[in-house]
Design a protein around this ligand. Structure first.
Ligand code: C5P
Length: 397
């Protein structure tokens, strides 16, 4: 619930602005007050009258409105909310935010605020994929700006791809996560998730069956306890946790770099199924059959062990948690793994195909710590995540 919370909603100028009308309603359903701000371009897509009527609030549009300034200055406006939400966050607004421009009311509020900011990007797929937008996103993430979406799908412009604004309820979930007061409030937790892809050539790669479901669920559970979460994920099918700083990577080496950049953290949960090896000298051209009947040999080198590196880092998180997916002698292997990696806890699970755990919706975990092995009953990945998040909160105190 968002009872008593105030959200400053900056509506950017894009066709997805129509969804922001629905967003106002859904935020109000949760008890929030929404103070709307329209950019000049947004007013071409939705009228100030509809926004103001739905919000039940005055809508702010202009930096140089003398009446507005007399009633509530723009600096005060930027601080009076508990959270600033930008939806839709257009490519232009993101660029302004990344550069620190302040030439209209929306961008000035974003510069002046002392509150957390959550953006819901929405734009054409090419604009989203453009290196400038991706660079701006990385800058904004680095500045601690939260983001939700975009989603993949058909677009108003007729194209298909990534760039659709998240649905109102997904944005509400991200708002709730950003505002939640919980035992992990003020704590930064790093979560790795999903598989890694190790290229053989530009079209082929080596991967594993991880869906990223458990890692995503852990990130969501940590967010719901108020943590700030950096979620470093390989190419996984599971939805990204709304409200986390999401860093998408492909290979183990990229994941190791992203993790290194995400430190310091109070805790790290390495749930990714990281490939142990990468192909040395992956071909930059698609490999061809040569008629010999044999595949050309591939040379492999070991990938960095991210869990081990984090466990031994100078900026070691107070609590480091790893997973051990095993198919035999689970407890013994996991206990050895805990010692070898230098982490605090290992969550061991039996991933023999007949357990249905890998890629499934349930997990059966044994928590290995300095105190020994503690068996958890089989439960959903969400329940296991909630149990782990609560234990992390307890351990960080
Ligand atoms: O693959 P392995 O059984 O060693 O994985 C155990 C733990 O180590 C998992 O938590 C996994 O996320 C982590 N790991 C890692 N980097 C690797 C290999 C595994 O962080 N290169």
């Amino acid at each position: 619930m968002l009872t008593g919370r105030k959200v400053l909603l900056i509506i950017g100028g894009g066709i997805a602005a129509y969804k922001s009308l629905e967003l106002i309603r859904r935020l109000q359903d949760r008890g929030a007050t929404v103070v709307p701000v329209l950019t000049r371009a947004a007013a071409e897509f939705v009228t100030p009258l509809s926004v103001s009527a739905l919000a039940g609030q005055k809508v702010f549009t202009d930096l140089f409105d003398l009446t507005d300034e007399a009633e509530m200055g723009h600096i005060e406006l930027s601080r009076a909310a508990d959270l600033v939400v930008v939806a839709p966050a257009t490519a232009d607004l993101m660029a302004k935010m990344a550069q620190g421009l302040a030439n209209d009311l929306a961008s000035t509020l974003l510069m002046a605020t002392d509150k957390r900011v959550l953006i819901a990007p929405a734009m054409n797929v090419r604009m989203w994929e453009h290196p400038a937008t991706q660079r701006n996103l990385a800058t904004l993430n680095g500045d601690g700006i939260l983001s939700v979406g975009p989603n993949e799908g058909g677009m108003a412009c007729g194209e298909f791809g990534s760039g659709r604004m998240s649905e109102p309820l997904e944005i509400v979930t991200a708002v709730e996560a950003a505002l939640r007061d919980g035992p992990l409030k003020g704590r930064h937790v790093l979560v790795t998730s999903g598989p890694t892809h190790e290229p053989i050539d530009p079209v082929r790669y080596i991967a594993n069956r991880s869906s990223g479901a458990q890692g995503s669920a852990i990130a969501r559970a940590l967010l719901s306890l108020g943590a700030e979460v950096t979620f470093v994920t390989g190419p996984a099918s599971a939805p990204r946790p709304a409200g986390a700083h999401v860093v998408e990577v492909e290979t183990a080496r990229q994941m190791a770099d992203a993790v290194d950049q995400a430190l310091p953290a109070d805790a790290a949960v390495c749930a990714a199924a990281v490939a142990d090896w990468h192909v040395v000298g992956a071909s930059d051209k698609k490999m061809k059959k040569d008629g010999s009947g044999e595949m050309p040999p591939l040379n492999f080198a070991e990938n960095p062990d991210i869990l081990k590196t984090v466990s031994n880092a100078a900026a070691r998180p107070k609590l480091v948690v790893g997973f051990a997916a095993e198919t035999d002698d689970v407890i013994r292997h996991a206990t050895e793994k805990r010692a070898r990696k230098g982490c605090d806890w290992i969550l061991a699970n039996d991933v023999r195909p007949e357990t249905g755990i890998m890629g499934g919706s349930e997990n059966a975990i044994t928590l290995i710590s300095a105190e020994g092995a503690e068996e958890w009953p089989r439960m959903s990945k969400e329940q296991a995540a909630a149990k782990l998040a609560a234990r992390i909160a307890e351990a960080l105190g």
